[in-house]
Design a protein around this ligand. Structure first.
Ligand code: GLA
Length: 390
């Protein structure tokens, strides 16, 4: 059923407009965003669509093409985190309405229908896609023009405070602000973005996205633990964030020193966590330099080193992600790494286009040999961020 049919079936008539926002793949720069660091995602050509109609009653109603069943309805006046409405998929839409209201936007009553093609739990930011499409839909009927950065911040606010996951800003920024054919180089600390041309196909290459099928959930606490470790390390160093480190060697030596009074196990852990964040920022920078020089093939080593750092120092990989990365590299990928929050979800591999099918098959075989369920390999083209569709 199309979104127009779902809308018509539920509410009768037609929406005032349909808005969409994409999921994302992060090429490199993982767990750096909440440390004010560097990220380099691209939006994918899989989008969430939100149809909206302004109504006179002070309520928000939501339905989804993917979920049969009754409409979820919440009065605008009672929307707040921690209420019953704040759970499950409706929370992404209702939470975004709440974030807009909290920011002082006069959100009118509205009927919404959602249709998303972004795989859920695959580490491809299905939630940011819904939040950004909703933020654009509701701000448009409220007659407020928001910049991509504003949309992203409001979407992140919904995710952090309403849905309750302490993510950084990367996913929402990618979903709101990416451009087709480009990566988004986002320096979170500086608040700057730059669209970097990215056309692997023109270089005979492809970014293969391998969904391990292992459901990734950021809400299970490990993501928050990584974030807390980074905040603790920054505090021990007397800094606001890890981005403020100017001398990496000195910072790591201080964190590792018995003089801190911390137990050895804590010191060793903090050193590894911080080392990942620092080295990852360096790799993002290196990849950007190489891409500016037109050397796409040259970024492979950075991708693989990023994976090793996440596997060993940050400890956010999984046996399935490692299997995908190893199999892809063994079959001729120029570089491979897990992407997104970790603990499941997807890996990416930079592969010569003519080898893409062979690499995907090698990953399938490795999964079968290990007794894992079959993975899904996809290829996405870098797409535009949030926009009006009709
Ligand atoms: C998730 C979060 C992002 C970011 C990544 C890891 O996708 O939503 O903010 O922290 O994990 O890089």
């Amino acid at each position: 059923m199309s979104i127009a049919e779902r809308f018509q079936l539920q509410y009768g008539g037609r929406p005032d407009g349909v808005f969409s926002a994409p999921g994302r793949v992060n090429l490199i720069g993982e767990h750096t965003d909440y440390n004010n660091g560097l990220v380099l995602p691209f939006a994918i050509d899989a989008r969430a669509q939100v149809a909206v109609r302004r109504i006179d009653e002070p309520v928000i109603r939501v339905v989804s093409v993917q979920r049969e069943g009754a409409v979820i309805e919440a009065p605008l006046s009672v929307l707040r985190p921690g209420t019953a409405a704040a759970t499950g998929w409706p929370a992404y839409l209702l939470g975004t309405a709440w974030a807009l209201i909290e920011a002082g936007i006069d959100v009118p009553g509205a009927e919404l229908a959602l249709d998303s093609a972004v795989p859920v739990g695959a580490g491809l930011s299905s939630s940011a896609a819904v939040e950004c499409a909703t933020a654009l839909a509701l701000s448009t009927i409220a007659e407020v023009r928001l910049t991509p950065a504003d949309l992203a911040r409001l979407a992140q606010r919904a995710e952090n405070a309403f849905v309750g996951v302490p993510t950084g800003l990367m996913d929402q920024m990618a979903s709101a602000g990416c451009r087709a054919g480009h990566l988004l180089f986002f320096d979170v600390g500086a608040g700057t973005t730059e669209n970097i041309p990215f056309d692997p196909a023109a270089n005979g290459l492809q970014v293969l996205v391998i969904d391990t099928g292992v459901h990734h959930s950021l809400a299970d606490g490990e993501y928050a633990k990584r974030r807390a470790s980074c905040e603790w390390a920054a505090e021990l160093l007397g800094l606001n964030t890890l981005r403020d480190i100017t001398d990496a060697g000195e910072a790591l030596a201080r964190l590792g020193s018995p003089a801190s009074g911390l137990p050895a196990a804590d010191r060793e852990l903090l050193v590894r966590r911080v080392r990942h964040v620092l080295s990852e920022n360096g790799r993002v920078f290196d990849v950007v330099q190489r891409l500016r020089a037109g050397d796409i093939a040259g970024i492979g080593a950075d991708l693989t080193e990023s994976h090793i750092s996440m596997r060993d120092d940050y400890e956010i990989s999984s046996i399935e992600l490692d299997t995908a990365v190893d199999a892809a590299l063994g079959a001729g990928a120029l570089g491979a790494r897990m992407t997104g929050g970790g603990f499941g979800g997807s890996a990416i591999a930079l592969v010569p286009s003519q080898d893409a099918a062979r690499v995907a098959e090698a990953v399938d075989r490795a999964f079968a040999a290990a007794g894992f369920a079959a993975p899904t390999s996809r290829h996405f083209t870098p797409a535009d961020g949030a926009r009006r569709e009709s």
